[in-house]
Ligand binder design. Structure first.
Ligand SMILES: NC(=O)c1ccc[n+]([C@@H]2O[C@H](COP(=O)([O-])OP(=O)(O)OC[C@H]3O[C@@H](n4cnc5c(N)ncnc54)[C@H](O)[C@@H]3O)[C@@H](O)[C@H]2O)c1
Ligand SMILES: O=C(O)C[C@H](O)C(=O)O
Length: 380
């Protein structure tokens, strides 16, 4: 398969660090930054899962900058105190009090799964949280429990509405995890924008220009200058395009609509914050918390026609899709979750790729926290 044949080549400038070591490093760094050990375990697990699945934007790449920097700045609480605001049969509302999003997400999905076991469906929403990492982690908590998982979150403003140029909506993933009778579940885990900020950071680390169509400026023109785009997204001079792209011709309004659905479900059920209130700075440009909201839904197929039936039909649909006629020059049709499964298989053996700029971050954190690690990449 072309995708796997080219896989290692894509990472030729990287050092490879094994799952266990990378996870332990992230977990320990978080503990040094003030996160209680059990919570650091959860966050470390969410982050390493991103690296395992080949989602290079949201694992070690986000430990610093983002999480440790925000704790250092005093705008995110390393200790997560979750308050149950409302708990009624199949639903609940939680307040994470500016704690760690991964921890809030983990506890909320756990609660949704428990409710689904009893009622067939559980939905838990969270407010005053923080960035929770890959949405797919929480969706697959449900698939591992034999359930369907759905989750979404709002995020700092990035996407411009169709026919607009101002960054208003977060990159707002709308993510589904569906069990199948195959070795891996169907996991559609992606932003409602053409791309997300983390992938632009990955391009920045690799020194690559962006493809046209991902970002637009206030003139409505596409931008490809990666480093400046990262700055301009923060100051609002650039915006990401919704899924479907710029304008109406290729259906950009559908991505705009889905991003809006996620923004509403991440704020309205929980009486939380939305859009510009998630900018991360106040009128004087002083850094302030990003009070994000999330939602988590678990559905137990045993309350419908049963898990085995669900898995068989979901698996059959995926297999039929993969067996359909290929486009010229292509050698494989993927279904969602498959590339992540293939990455996992590859990385289990070779480790996770760490580019030079992240190697420097790891060394800085190790030295700052006086941690006991030495890596082969330091010897070069
Ligand atoms: N926490 C946040 O605020 C936030 C915001 C946005 C995105 N994210 C996370 O960023 C990650 C990456 O998001 P993204 O938008 O860059 O995703 P992406 O564009 O890389 O798409 C990934 C999804 O598409 C599927 N896929 C990829 N190639 C495919 C193909 N050829 N055929 C069929 N399916 C295919 C994958 O299996 C996966 O489900 C996700 O884990 C997401 O949750 C988080
Ligand atoms: O970075 C964010 O604010 C959200 C998300 O993780 C993204 O990469 O777009």
């Amino acid at each position: 398969m072309k995708y796997m044949d080219e896989y290692a080549e894509h990472y030729k400038d990287c050092a490879w660090v094994g799952f266990e070591e990378l996870e332990k490093f992230m977990e320990e760094a978080l503990i040094h930054a003030g996160v209680p050990a059990p919570d650091a375990k959860i966050i470390g697990d969410v982050l390493i899962e991103s690296d395992k699945r080949g989602i290079d934007s949201h694992g070690i790449g986000r430990l610093k900058p983002i999480y440790i920097d925000r704790i250092d700045m005093g705008i995110m609480n390393p200790v997560t105190e979750i308050e149950v605001i409302k708990d009624k049969d199949a639903t609940a509302v939680l307040d994470a009090h500016n704690g760690m999003g991964h921890v809030a997400g983990y506890k909320a999905m756990e609660m949704a799964i428990e409710k689904a076991k009893k009622y067939g469906l559980g939905m838990v929403v969270v407010r005053n949280s923080n960035h929770y990492g890959i949405a797919g982690y929480f969706a697959t908590m449900a698939t591992k429990a034999g359930m369907l998982g759905i989750t979404g979150t709002n995020a700092r403003p990035s996407i411009a509405p169709t026919n607009g140029v101002e960054n208003m909506l977060g990159t707002n993933p709308l993510t589904f995890g569906l069990p199948t009778d195959e070795e891996f579940p169907f996991v559609l885990d992606c932003a409602t924008s053409v791309t997300q900020r983390g992938k632009i950071e990955v391009y920045g680390r690799a020194g690559k220009a962006l493809p046209a169509g991902w970002v637009l400026d206030h003139e409505g023109k596409t931008r490809t200058d990666t480093q400046q785009v990262l700055e301009d997204l923060t100051t609002g001079k650039a915006a990401l395009t919704p899924l479907g792209g710029i304008g109406e011709v290729t259906g950009g309004y559908k991505g705009f609509g889905y991003a809006t659905v996620v923004e509403i479900l991440s704020a309205a059920l929980q009486d939380g914050a939305w859009m510009k209130a998630l900018n991360g700075f106040d009128d004087e440009h002083k850094a302030i918390p990003y009070p994000l909201g999330h939602f988590f839904i678990a559905i137990d197929p045993e309350h419908f026609m049963g898990l085995d039936t669900f898995k068989r039909i979901a698996g059959s649909i995926c297999r039929e899709l993969r067996a359909s006629k290929l486009a010229p020059g292509e050698d494989y049709i993927f279904t969602a979750g498959e590339k992540e499964y293939l990455s996992y298989q590859f990385r289990k053996e070779h480790g996770c790729p760490v580019p030079p700029s992240l190697q420097k971050v790891m060394v800085t954190l190790r030295d700052r926290f006086k941690m006991n690690y030495s890596w082969d990449f330091e010897k070069k």
